[in-house]
Design a protein around this ligand. Structure first.
Ligand code: IPE
Ligand code: MG
Length: 228
């Protein structure tokens, strides 16, 4: 979700106004995905590198995060949405950590959309933490060697299939340390729209573009069926 700051700047508003509007877009995107039958929606809300932003902006984002967790949890639960957080938790305040844990516990049995918020997340961090966790749990692998299937269960999003579609708003054409391992075969979609302008029609256009793609996974065209 990129482009909140530029959306605000274009309107001569402070950056934080863009973040506030961005939360509205998140709410709409979750609703739309839920209605469209998307099984997993993963939002990159705050990267490991975003701590480098000015302190006032970071604390505003943390405040928004707390407010959204408090305000939205009833609705998420009512709509059968399961909420999960991936990323480091040790740099968040105890208040945020306990809100996250409560929200995850409360929605754990829900079977509709799984909404994952990546916060203090980095793809490289994920691969490293998974490797470490795997070797602690199975030290014999150090001598025998290991493969992709050994590592996969220790990745932060082991509960979800690898993403079909990656969408980046805001005009940059890079992955910026998002789900590096899991994106190996994901269809990438970039749009110049700023995140607050990424409405339902824009989401549907991204999905329509995905449906046009041919996903070969190394095979030939003749071996395939359509992705949608
Ligand atoms: C993305 O919008 C939101 C977060 C990282 C929380 P930006 O804040 O990166 O917006 P731009 O890139 O400055 O426009
Ligand atoms: Mg940005």
């Amino acid at each position: 979700m990129d482009g909140n700051g530029r959306w605000a700047k274009k309107r001569l508003l402070p950056r934080i106004a863009g973040h506030k509007q961005g939360v509205e877009t998140v709410r709409e995107a979750v609703k739309a995905c839920s209605e469209l039958g998307v099984r997993y929606l993963t939002l990159f809300a705050f990267s490991s590198e975003n701590w480098r932003r000015p302190e006032e902006e970071v604390s505003f984002l943390m405040g928004l995060f707390i407010a959204a967790l408090e305000r939205e949890i009833d609705k998420l639960d009512r709509n059968d949405i399961r909420l999960r957080l991936v990323g480091r938790r040790d740099r968040f305040s105890p208040q945020i950590v306990s809100l996250i844990e409560a929200a995850e516990a409360r929605t754990a049995g829900n079977t509709g959309l799984t909404l994952t918020i990546a916060a203090d997340y980095g793809g490289r961090w994920d691969i490293l933490q998974a490797t470490q966790a795997m070797l602690i749990a199975r030290p014999e692998l150090l001598a025998s060697g290991y493969g992709e299937d050994d590592l996969a269960p220790y990745l932060a999003m082991a509960y979800a299939p690898e993403p079909d579609l990656f969408i980046r708003t805001g005009g940059e054409a890079r992955v910026s340390n998002f789900l590096l391992w899991q994106l190996a075969y994901t269809e990438l979609y970039f749009t110049d729209l700023f995140w607050p302008d990424f409405d339902r029609a824009a989401l549907e256009a991204a999905i329509a573009s995905y449906c046009q793609r041919e996903r070969r996974f190394g095979r030939t065209s003749e071996q395939l069926s359509s992705p949608c």
